[in-house]
Design a protein around this ligand. Structure first.
Ligand SMILES: [Zn+2]
Ligand SMILES: [Zn+2]
Length: 274
């Protein structure tokens, strides 16, 4: 068996899904430590073996408590427990709760860019494998879910890109044959300018009224999981959730692979290593 996998790795050398270096070296057969967003090592050793080198894997940071119990925004210090943040108290979002798995930086950012703009299948599989155990843990802790709606893109963008990265990731992470992934219920009616350079308020205005529901009878009183790759200000998922609820959905939960909150707000990695 060991000989078989050894021969296989010579015949089909694997490379890192992020930096492309060959993974056929002893360095990369070590189990890797799981680190949280403060750089502390956590219990458990997720498997990166076979698709990421140890250097790329070590830059991945998990978003863990303490965080806002509604929008999932991590608080700036590791002390205390989950509670609602000031922003959610003042302006409750359209969804019930949102959670993200990784900080949107370094390796995770590169993998998502490769999936989104270069339509690469290997980074898609690698990211799905990395995120799957954490997504499953979050989903298991949620109320009964009836269906999953990947955040849609406009038909013209879908033609241009050939696929929707939120749907592609959902099919990789959840059961491929799961009837409960419904990529066609929530639709994007209007093409909106890219959100990248916009402020939170501008993003909200930009997406307002841009989504619709194809057949409201399919979501009536159903609990929906909205699934996307990146959560930035939450304007898009909030608008999607409002649209779903306006059309009769019950509760709407959000899960994204990554969250961009941490830009320019990075804790020293040795913050709590004592
Ligand atoms: Zn690498
Ligand atoms: Zn919040």
């Amino acid at each position: 068996m060991i000989l078989c996998s050894h021969v296989e790795s010579i015949l089909f050398p694997r490379s890192c899904a992020c930096c492309n270096i060959s993974l056929f070296c002893p360095e990369d057969s070590r189990p890797l430590e799981k680190r949280d967003r403060y750089g502390r090592s956590c219990s458990g050793r997720p498997s990166y073996k076979g698709f990421l080198c140890s250097r790329c894997a070590s830059s991945i940071r998990l978003l863990i408590s303490p965080l806002c119990s509604v929008c999932g925004e991590p608080f700036k210090t590791p002390a205390g427990s989950d509670h609602i943040c000031g922003r959610c108290l003042k302006n409750p979002p359209g969804y019930d709760t949102a959670r993200s798995i990784f900080a949107y930086e370094d390796t995770i950012q590169t993998l998502i860019h490769r999936i989104k703009y270069q339509a690469q299948g290997y980074p898609l599989k690698a990211l799905a494998r990395l995120a799957k155990p954490y997504v499953s843990e979050i989903v298991e802790g949620m109320e009964q879910l009836d269906l999953i709606c990947p955040v849609p893109v406009h038909a013209s963008r879908l033609r241009q890109r050939g696929f929707n990265q939120a749907s592609a990731l959902a099919y990789e992470i959840f059961d491929r044959n799961a009837w409960w992934i419904c990529p066609d219920i929530l639709i994007k009616n209007r093409r909106t300018p890219p959100q990248v350079e916009l402020s939170r308020q501008e993003r909200l205005r930009n997406v307002k009224g841009s989504f619709g529901v194809k057949d409201p009878s399919l979501i009536r009183r159903k609990n929906v999981l909205l699934f996307d790759d990146v959560f930035t200000t939450g304007a898009t998922v909030s608008e999607c959730a409002r649209t779903l609820k306006k059309n009769g959905a019950g509760r709407v939960f959000v899960v994204t692979i990554a969250r961009a909150w941490i830009k320019g707000d990075r804790h020293p990695v040795n913050l709590d290593n004592s």
